[in-house]
Design a protein. Sequence first.
Length: 251
Amino acid sequence: MARLKHRLHHTTDRVALHLCTIPSAVVTQAMAAAGADGVIIDMEHGAVDYASAHAMIAATAGTDCAPLVRIAENDPAQVKRALDLGAEGICFPLIRTAEDAQRAVSAMRYPPDGVRGFGPFIAQSRWQTDLPNIRADTEGKLVTMLLIETREAVENIDAICAVDGIDLMVTAMFDLSTDLGHMGQFDHPEVQSAVARVEKAAMAAGIPLGSNALNEEMAQALFARGYRAIAGFDVLWLRAKCAEFKGWTKA
């Protein structure tokens, strides 16, 4: 339990993550049982509310799958609520500056090291601890994941990478290509140049890198460039498999 942060910093393991947009503990449990290293419960673009998020976090119990939550914005109030449901980490969208990154890191920690409010009444059960020991038992295991998805973030990437406390930096290809004016064109020269700049800065700072992989070819290309984490999407996996299944009926 709670090994993802350790693996990112103290091993060379490659990790498989799934973005969970479907508000279902059953789907999350199946992915965790299938060997997912982590699920990212999507409260930014998914149909997930807080009750569903709690059930999905709980559904990873008994596995090595880390339940992370993607919040809707870089807001300490959203961070503390997700962590108080028992999340093992937070995925922060739209990090544009070093100040944004520092705000994210600070929201993950209790005072005096941060600004997280105290109220882990639900989380203590997920972590199998109690209120007096929650900080000692959990804070060093929480994963801070930043999404790099804008032109501004790329321009500020060296300063962002200088912020202490980042566990995983993700090149969010759909948003980044869109912000650069080339929606979905991952191979466009301007998109590739931006990604290369992020890769160079993150690797120089020793920050593990992740990105989305829609197929094995994409995954292997990322690993060849030094990436540590790949991310898929539950609803895309489901849709693709159903389309494949339908193909079996064709004469």
